[in-house]
Design a protein around this ligand. Structure first.
Ligand code: URP
Ligand code: ZN
Ligand code: ZN
Length: 466
């Protein structure tokens, strides 16, 4: 099957060009100058998609999602089926989700459980990082085996004592192992034991409303944990990737480490660029819709996060998609903010929301593609199969209408969750057509993909390591 994507502006991490994209079966076979005989001949007998007036960009890679994550006595409400379909609607053609090691168990059963949940259900391609919640000699050995099998990144938590939390000693030990195997350590950097004290003090004062979730997780405790993670990574030589970075202080710590040549990287998420502590403080229990960790911060951090995206101290935008319905799930914390399951829906809106940064002049078009697709591909061992429009790459392609406008709403989104964190937000730009490995999955406002089309992606190690 041949497809010619014609008349569009192709955007890559190095800039834009008017070009035709030639696709054969699942792959891109050429990028050709418009009107060349090659493109015209190629179109004969094939399908032509007219991309005039639109941008042609690599499918997005969301390197941080949690479909069906067990958390706070419930499960994230998107399954691999519903969540990957919503991702496709939003122009994301690959997710890297998290397999979870349960305390007292080995890594392997956690990975197998995640693979079993995803297999046959995904609309787009998917890989897994591994959450290590029980660091011991056995799990360290298993980390090495998993790297060889294509699970090349491991998330550790300085937060959530008693659940996913690891001590500094355990983190150091896991980092030693990562240093040897070339794996990247992903870190949830918040000082969880200090936060737990603040949480129980707040509750004992009767401070139970959602806004106290933010007030008991001060930004200094993210900056402190980030610095500590960087120090442990420096001592061990392990590559470090700070997930869901939300504050100026944490960003400064990452920027400093990078300026000293350390293999330290970070991502931020749309919620930290667009939402704030004011949302968490909404009337009544509304703020529960905005409970995630790290919490939403004061607006003053946002300009610094955009600057970090420009300077590459923030290399990636991921969503940390972890939806819980307001009814029955967020409501678990109606009497106690610490029982509100942590997480926000977002997998469908990352490309559109970050495009507002292009509209506002915060980032260039090329940088938009880089943080959403090219860098996550290189960071997590998927490049050049994913993350770029180039001969030989998978034909994961988004045709994006930069002039369309839309209003984000739970009434029209496709995520399996009963509210939108961005309800009523008007945005410029809209996904028009999406191809996943050459197959059209979104077309003319319709989902035309298949559950089960998505394939598992074993991954190489981080390309940025020096
Ligand atoms: O609130 C969040 N971020 N929930 C998902 C789990 C995590 O820490 O990434
Ligand atoms: Zn986290
Ligand atoms: Zn997460």
């Amino acid at each position: 099957m041949r497809t010619l994507i014609s008349g569009g502006t192709v955007v890559g991490p190095t800039g834009t060009l008017a070009a035709e994209v030639l696709v054969e079966d699942e792959r891109i076979v050429a990028i050709a100058a418009p009107g060349t005989q090659l493109a015209t001949a190629f179109a004969e007998g094939g399908r032509v998609i007219d991309a005039s007036g639109r941008l042609v960009v690599p499918g997005g890679i969301d390197a941080h999602t949690h479909m069906e994550l067990p958390f706070g006595g419930t499960f994230a409400s998107d399954t691999f089926e519903t969540g990957t379909r919503a991702a496709a609607w939003g122009g994301t053609t690959t997710i890297v989700d998290f397999a979870v090691q349960r305390k007292g168990e080995a890594l392997r059963p956690g990975l197998e459980a995640a693979l079993a949940k995803a297999e046959g259900n995904c609309a787009i391609d998917y890989g897994f990082h591994m959450i290590v919640s029980d660091v011991n000699e056995q799990s360290c050995k298993e980390m090495d085996v998993l790297v060889d099998e294509g699970v090349t990144s491991f998330k550790l938590f300085m937060a959530y004592p008693g659940v996913f939390y690891s001590t500094d000693g355990e983190i150091l030990r896991a980092m030693q192992e990562a240093r040897t195997s070339g794996a990247t350590v992903m870190m949830h950097a918040e000082n969880g034991t200090a936060i737990d004290v603040l949480v129980s003090q707040a509750l004992s004062r009767g401070e139970t409303a959602p806004r106290f979730h933010g007030l008991t997780r001060p930004d200094r405790l993210e900056a402190e944990a980030t610095s500590r993670a960087i120090a442990l990574a420096k001592v061990t030589g392990a590559p470090l990737y700070i997930v869901h970075l939300s504050t100026t202080g944490a960003l400064e710590a990452v920027a400093q480490a990078r300026s000293e040549g350390q293999n330290a990287f970070a991502e931020t998420c749309p919620q930290y660029l667009f939402l704030s502590a004011d949302d968490l403080a909404r009337e009544g229990f509304e703020g529960a819709k905005y409970v995630c960790s790290p919490p939403l911060r004061d607006r003053e951090h946002q300009a610094n996060l955009w600057r970090g995206l420009r300077t590459d101290d923030l290399s990636v935008v991921s969503t940390d998609h972890c939806p819980f319905c307001f009814k029955e799930q967020k409501e678990l914390g109606a009497e106690d903010f610490s029982k509100i399951p942590n997480g926000l829906p977002g997998v469908e809106h990352r490309i559109d929301l970050t495009y507002q940064g292009v509209v506002a002049g915060e980032i260039t078009l090329a940088r938009w593609v880089e943080v959403n697709a090219t860098t996550p591909a290189r960071m997590f061992g998927l490049y050049p199969k994913k993350g770029v429009l180039a001969p030989g790459s998978d034909a994961d392609i988004v045709i994006y209408d930069p002039a369309a406008t839309q209003t984000i709403s739970a009434a029209t989104h496709h995520m399996n969750v009963d509210y939108s964190a961005y309800e009523g937000t008007k945005v410029t730009g809209r996904v028009d057509t999406v191809l996943s490995r050459g197959k059209v999955v979104i077309e003319a406002g319709r989902y035309v993909g298949d559950k089960g089309h998505g394939r598992y992606l074993p991954r190489k190690t981080n390309e940025y390591l020096v």
